[in-house]
Design a protein around this ligand. Structure first.
Ligand code: ZN
Ligand code: FE
Ligand code: FE
Ligand code: ZN
Length: 263
């Protein structure tokens, strides 16, 4: 089993189960290492319904670090951070001071629209799908250019409800974003949660993963579990996808320093 580097906790208001229960689920599956990456708080009033408040952050940190008892799985302390206009003002000061092992950068919003939220799914019917994807990848490029993050989460998240650009357009718009990710020395998360969604496909697709491989962008694996039953879910398929794309190694991380391990 590979590490599961994407676990949430109930502090985000849309997950269930205690951190201990997530850890125990990983332990019973023989997963050697897990990283909690709950949704990052902010002082900007950005999407407060889907994340802990800043006042809950120390509770988050304590609930994760108290799981470190020398037994397996090793428990890393991470965070899933939304990239949005102006987020860097807070993050540039705050992130380095928290002692994170892993900082995952994600985009879940376009102009205030939570495009992957089932409650806002109907908006897809009123937008230009290709133009929306283009804006999304522009945000990913800007995320990478901040230099604040260790990896990009669920790279092709806009496919969640099966809204896709033509393949030619996808390649054309994804390549600059992947170039920025490579330049920033960032990794890419292979996120198996798409298997549990409408799209029934891992993020990113085999095509995008091949483009990442060409740029030698290192990968890691995450279930994006929001309940203990989903810890490790789909990670076998995610490893197969990585191998099929030509990967022979994946990255692990500690104290925000990546190191490569054989796949
Ligand atoms: Zn979530
Ligand atoms: Fe996410
Ligand atoms: Fe997540
Ligand atoms: Zn996520």
């Amino acid at each position: 089993m590979v590490p599961d580097y994407h676990l949430h906790t109930p502090l985000c208001k849309h997950a269930q189960g205690t951190p201990e229960e997530f850890r125990d689920a990983a332990r019973s599956l023989g997963i050697p290492e897990i990283c909690f990456t709950d949704h990052c708080p902010n002082p900007d009033g950005y999407d407060p319904g889907n994340r802990m408040g800043l006042g809950q952050y120390l509770q988050y940190r304590r609930s994760i670090t108290m799981l470190r008892d020398g037994s397996l799985p090793e428990v890393l302390f991470g965070i899933e951070v939304d990239f949005y206009e102006g987020c860097d003002v807070f993050l540039r000061e705050w992130l380095p001071a928290q002692g994170f092992d892993y900082v995952l950068g994600s985009v879940h919003f376009i102009d205030g629209w939570g495009f992957d939220n089932p409650d806002s799914r109907h908006i897809w019917d009123d937008v230009d799908v290709t133009a929306t994807w283009r804006i999304y990848f522009g945000l990913i490029s800007r995320l990478a250019k901040t230099g604040l993050f260790d990896a990009v989460g669920h790279l092709d998240l806009p496919k969640k409800f099966n809204h896709r650009p033509r393949e030619r357009d996808l390649v054309e718009m994804a390549q600059p974003a992947l170039d920025r990710i490579a330049e920033a020395g960032m990794g890419l998360e292979i996120n198996a949660s798409g298997l549990r969604k409408t799209v029934a496909e891992i993020y990113p697709s085999a095509l995008l993963l091949r483009l990442a491989r060409e740029r030698e962008i290192p990968v890691c694996f995450g279930s994006d579990a929001h309940r203990p039953e989903d810890v490790g879910a789909g990670l076998e398929a995610a490893q197969d996808l990585a191998r099929d794309a030509g990967y022979t190694e994946y990255f692990r991380i500690k104290g925000r320093k990546k190191y490569l391990v054989g796949l």
